[in-house]
Write a protein that binds this ligand. Structure first.
Ligand SMILES: *[C@@H]1O[C@H](CO)[C@@H](O)[C@H](O)[C@H]1NC(C)=O
Ligand SMILES: *[C@@H]1O[C@H](CO)[C@@H](O)[C@H](O)[C@H]1NC(C)=O
Ligand SMILES: *[C@@H]1O[C@H](CO)[C@@H](O)[C@H](O)[C@H]1NC(C)=O
Ligand SMILES: *[C@@H]1O[C@H](CO)[C@@H](O)[C@H](O)[C@H]1NC(C)=O
Ligand SMILES: *[C@@H]1O[C@H](CO)[C@@H](O)[C@H](O)[C@H]1NC(C)=O
Ligand SMILES: *[C@@H]1O[C@H](CO)[C@@H](O)[C@H](O)[C@H]1NC(C)=O
Length: 404
């Protein structure tokens, strides 16, 4: 009895094999517009296609290239059934919209390239559900905005390339769901970072934000961004850094501010709970010296070099503040003045600080009308009063910050 069952099972197996062999022997399916190099590699380039020929493609296809056709719309589940697909190129198409879950049902897809297209928006859930994707190339498109949750669920993405796009705005939660990304680079010209725009972005090797042109960095911009090897904000106009800009940014190994222009820093606070290890502040032009109690760095290492500050009456606050890390000597040797004009570009230590009067508001904090005392108020009987008053204020500030 048992042996009979085994025998019949064996026969069934043989029949399956024979069937498989005849299938291979019969002409494989291949859309007429395409070249099927093999049952795993299909090229449909410049084929004049208006529809994705999913039904005609071999179900075994692993590499599929559909460049330079006419696909204005990539609809939801557009490739469903191609479960073996690993690499997909849609370059050079006039794609104007990718519908939500367009690439659903492609569990093995590793790499997708949509470049040189007319795509203007990376819409919500466009790339959602690609659990196994490791690289998405989206450069040289006309992408103006990335909507929230565009990449939801693409948990294995390592590389996302968005360079050479006219992105002006990054919306809240745009990268939510991305984790373990090795490298994320943005195009130049970003003009608005919405609050929480990096929220849900977890474990990024290198996140570079460069060539931005921001009027401000607002409250909550970096909230929810966590576990970043290097976060580098560089070569940008950051405008005004508003209170709360770095609130909720946590576990950053290296946070760099390199070669930016900053109109003013209303607040820049890094608390111990944020676990920021190293902060490098280098080559920036800061047009307004921040108030002494508006900056705070509870970090392992703070490097402040080659920056330019106005050497006006606020310079005293700067030298007494946390940016110098108690080494005024080093700080003034390695940072530069923007103003007064004759000191522009010269190291701070060439300046005689005693000759610069203190600002009125440092004396009487409530008096905000007269912001700048003429920098010419050198040694007069007034400065004695200023010095004593500021020392008192300083002591008070330090107590507030828990520095004493
Ligand atoms: C895409 O190209 C096809 C063929 O040239 C054209 O009919 C279609 O209108 C184009 N779609 C868009 C959105 O440009
Ligand atoms: C992801 O890809 C690997 C091979 O690269 C494969 O073993 C695994 O099954 C894939 N995951 C899914 C969900 O198919
Ligand atoms: C930032 O906004 C949150 C609410 O979204 C608020 O709780 C917090 O106090 C704000 N922080 C600052 C510094 O304004
Ligand atoms: C400040 O300088 C001291 C040595 O001069 C250094 O050990 C310390 O780490 C520095 N603090 C910061 C926050 O960089
Ligand atoms: C400082 O003020 C005096 C007159 O009080 C003037 O002669 C001198 O030019 C001023 N210096 C600067 C650098 O403005
Ligand atoms: C210094 O004090 C004297 C007398 O108290 C006063 O007349 C004079 O105007 C003061 N000078 C300045 C520059 O404030």
């Amino acid at each position: 009895m048992v042996s009979g069952v085994v025998w019949r099972f064996g026969l069934a197996l043989i029949l399956v094999h024979v069937a498989a062999l005849t299938m291979i022997a019969s002409p494989p399916s291949c859309p007429p517009e395409c070249i099927c190099l093999s049952q795993t590699q299909v090229l449909c380039n410049s084929g004049g296609l208006r529809e994705i020929p999913v039904k005609l493609l071999p179900a075994t296809v692993e590499h599929l290239s559909l460049t330079r056709n006419h696909f204005p719309v990539i609809r939801s589940d557009a490739f469903s059934g191609l479960r073996a697909l690993k690499k997909l190129s849609l370059d050079g198409n006039n794609i104007s919209i990718i519908k939500p879950f367009a690439f659903r049902g492609l569990p093995r897809l590793k790499e997708i390239s949509i470049q040189q297209t007319t795509l203007a928006t990376v819409a919500q859930f466009s790339f959602a559900g690609l659990q196994n994707i490791s690289a998405i190339y989206l450069s040289h498109n006309r992408i103006k905005k990335v909507e929230g949750y565009a990449f939801a669920g693409t948990t294995n993405l390592k590389l996302l390339v968005l360079s050479n796009n006219p992105i002006v705005k990054i919306e809240s939660n745009a990268f939510s769901g991305l984790s373990i990304v090795e490298r994320l680079t943005f195009p130049s010209g970003v003009r608005l970072l919405e609050p929480d725009c990096f929220n849900g972005l977890d474990t990024v090797g290198y996140l570079k934000l460069a060539y931005m042109d921001l009027p401000f960095v607002g409250n909550g911009t970096f909230r929810g961004l966590t576990n970043v090897g290097v976060l580098s904000i560089q070569e940008s106009d950051l405008g005004v850094i508003r209170p709360g800009a770095f609130e909720g940014l946590t576990f950053i190994n290296n946070l760099n501010f390199l070669n930016n222009k900053i109109d003013s820093i209303q607040e820049m606070m890094f608390g111990p709970e944020q676990r920021i290890r190293n902060v490098k502040f280098q080559g920036n032009h800061i047009l307004d010296i921040p108030k002494i109690d508006s900056i705070y760095f509870a970090v392992n290492k703070l490097t402040v070099i080659a920056n330019h500050f106005p050497c006006d009456c606020h310079i005293h606050a700067l030298l007494e503040g946390p940016l110098t890390n108690d080494s005024v000597y080093e700080f003034t040797a390695r940072n530069f003045c923007i103003s007064p004009l004759e000191y522009n570009g010269r190291p701070m230590n060439e300046l005689d600080f005693d000759s610069i009067g203190r600002c009125q508001e440092e004396v009487t904090r409530s008096n905000l009308e007269s912001r700048d005392l003429p920098s010419n108020t050198s040694k007069n009987n007034y400065s004695v009063l200023i010095v004593t008053l500021t020392i008192t204020t300083l002591a008070w500030t330090r107590i507030q910050l828990g520095l004493v």
